[in-house]
Design a binder for this molecule. Sequence first.
Ligand code: PAF
Length: 281
Amino acid sequence: MNIFTTKQALNQYLEQSRASGKTIGFVPTLGALHQGHLSLIRQAQQNSDEVVCSIFVNPSQFNDPKDLEKYPRTIEADIKLLEGVKCDVLFNPPVSEIYDGNEQWHLNIGELERLLEGKFRPGHYQGVTQVVYKLFNIVKPDVAFFGQKDYQQFLIISKMVESLNMPVKLVMCPIMRETDGLAMSSRNIHLTAEDRQHALILSKTLNWIKNNFDRNSLPQLKTQAEHMINDEPGLELDYFEIADGDTLHQATKDANSIVALVAAKVGKTRLIDNVLLVHGS
Ligand code: PAF
């Protein structure tokens, strides 16, 4: 695998790839890679000639400095995993390569960035769009791959790409789960054995909603879900919403796309998860 830490070296390499007619697939990550990330790399390999993965713990998307400090950094293990799946390129820049000094600008994506996650993590999506905008400009991918677990992030990046006419196709890849249903996340390593057991209520509740979707009204489903999660010890629910899959406003049953989204603190770790209930066309 080719590893680059500077934009210039990466550019030189990718210019040659493009010149030889290769399409570039891109998987941006914060590192601490797990099978969920590797599934994105595999998907990228099936859809492009050359796959670039970036590992960059982006300070501007962490609204809580303690969260940034605590974010797992496992670069040696990440490199082994990427080599194991034959990823072509790793871009692993230092902060100074991405940000010059104290950058204050951000893109205005409108209300999508203030709903749900945006309400609990103010400024988070400003940081995400800032870094993804920069990374897209550096890598210039034909296709970029993101996980469905960060559903709102995918919507927001899609909005950015559409508004700014960025020439990149976006692909949302399914959530990867442990055998007991827990959504894979880099943050799971912070869960104690007890937290991990409690955390299972999130995927169990989403599953229950999926299985009972046709038999109940949306308010009934939401109330029942909140009860299920609040009855579980060791969890603090931030939100459970059944939302329109395009706007993230409260859904109505005739919406073109419907998604149930949940966020909760499990012990000291904040987890998110979701399930698509109606797939948009
Ligand atoms: O989803 C992530 O891992 C990050 O938010 C991303 C898209 C790599 C931007 O830092």
